[in-house]
Design a protein around this ligand. Sequence first.
Ligand code: SF4
Length: 352
Amino acid sequence: MADLMGLTAPELKELAERLGEPAYRGTQVAKWLYKQGVTDLDAMTDLPKAFREKLKAEGYRGGSLQVAKVQVASDGTRKFLFDSSGCGMIESVLMPSEYGLSVCVSTQIGCAVKCAFCATGLSGFQRNLSAGEIVEQVVLMQQECGDRVTNVVFMGMGEPLHNYDATLKAVQLLNNEVGIGMRHISVSTSGVVPGIDRLSEENLQLTLAFSLHAPNDKLRDYLVPLNRRYNLAALKKALRNYHDRTKRRITVEYVMLGGVNDSPDLARETVEWLRGLHVHVNLIPYNATDADFKPSRPQTIAAFRDILDAAGFPVTVRVERGADIAAACGQLRRQAEPPEAGSPPQEASTRA
Ligand code: SF4
């Protein structure tokens, strides 16, 4: 089967014409998919039945995701588990706030980066998602909650820059077809230098978020094993180049792990590493389950924040969302799918 979700409006118009229909039929399909969140061809009622049948006969379907499970937290955060037509489970999170409706989407099933504290990393890598599967998470959540999504962060399961082409196409579809402003889209990376370089060439107005988590290679090699390939010196160069090209301020994410990376000395080391970069720092309280890591104490986070603040860096502490529903990516899927033989028996907690 081939999914219509993931094709741009021009591609859908071309397809309509190839099947002997006027081009505007493609525009109608695009509206159903991206504006209405309708993926059932039979529900696209303004399309002639013969066209819908032709699409089916050619092996097309609207999309591939079905909502398998929704958990609602006491703060209104909703966690979705999507079944990708038997090809794996995908997690996404929807978070209402006074700034609008934000969603966090996945770009892969599992992840090869294997960050030490991340439930998704523990599951290993299964496969890349297509652009259609990434966008479908957004339109289905939008349809489920009956409200417009205002912000999309690529911070769910997977390393977006390890699935570069699908991520980039999804960004463009969200911007052009779904109507989400480029400045309201964030792509978060654990530090794939060639991907950062490539993204800087696109010169998009999206926000690049970089997961630092440790200011020296020794600790970062342990927390984010990808650091052994792209170390902090290479990353700093890539981030500086990214800012020079795009003029966009970079968000630096730092998950606060109690007794691991949250000392005042490491805060001062972080200040030194950040010097010369145009960044906003986001400290993320660790969303603990029952693993090897524990969250930093609030006063430790405050002290870390104050050191960065005193050095002149804009810094915020992320408000925890959905803690009562295991809203960190990787957790819900691991609950739904028991770990494979040989993998650790407990979840290691959050995606930063
Ligand atoms: S934190 Fe992100 S990059 Fe690291 S293992 Fe988890 S999903 Fe992958």
